[in-house]
Design a protein around this ligand. Sequence first.
Ligand SMILES: Cc1cc2nc3c(=O)[nH]c(=O)nc-3n(C[C@H](O)[C@H](O)[C@H](O)COP(=O)(O)O)c2cc1C
Length: 184
Amino acid sequence: MATIALLSGSLRAESSNSAVVATLRKLIEEGAGGHEATVVPLRDFPPFDEDVEHAGLPAALEAARARVSGADALIVCSPAYNGYPSGVLKNALDWLSRPGGDSPLTGLPTAVLSASPGQAGGANVQPHVRQILANSGAAAVECDEVAVGNAISLRTPDGLIEDPAVLSRLAKLVDTVLAAVAAR
Ligand SMILES: Cc1cc2nc3c(=O)[nH]c(=O)nc-3n(C[C@H](O)[C@H](O)[C@H](O)COP(=O)(O)O)c2cc1C
C-alpha cells in the first residue's frame, strides 16, 4: 500500500487545480490496492524566510512537510501564471527543498500536471515545475503529459472533475505513479 501526497498550486477556493487534486485523491483512495492520498495544504506554507526556519518551523508548516516526508510519491498540479508556476507553489517547493540534500523531496518520485481555463491547460508551465523539483533533488516519474484545458468549466459544484476523457488521463497518471512506487 502506498501513500501519495498531492499538492495544488492554487489557493483559490474554487480552484480548478485543487479540483484536479481532489479527483486524484478520489481515484487513489477508491481504486484497487488500498492506497492512500494526503493533500498538502498550500496555505500552510508561509513566505519562505530563513529566520523562520532557524527559529523553528510553525506547527502547521511542520505538519504540511510531514505529509510529504511520509509519502511514497508526490503529484503536483500547477496553474500557469504568465507561463510559470504560481509564486505560492514555488514558495512551498522551496520550503520542501530544505534542508538541501536531505529534504522531503530528496529522491522522492514526483509527477507534474497542470490545469487552466485555456485550451492548452497550462502545459507550458510543466517543464518549469519539473525543473524546480529536479533542482530540489526529487526523482521524476515518466508519465504521459496531462494538461487539463477548459478546467474551470469542467469543475463540478462538488469541486471535482468528472469529464470522462480527463478522468481517464488522471487514472492513467495515478497508475503510472503507483507502478513507479511499486518498482522501487
Ligand atoms: C497573473 C495571472 C497570469 C496568468 N497566466 C496564465 C498563463 O500563462 N497561462 C494560462 O493558461 N493561464 C493563465 N492564467 C489563468 C489561470 O490559469 C487561471 O487563473 C486559473 O484558474 C488558475 O488556476 P486555479 O483555477 O487552480 O485557481 C493567469 C492568471 C493570472 C492571475
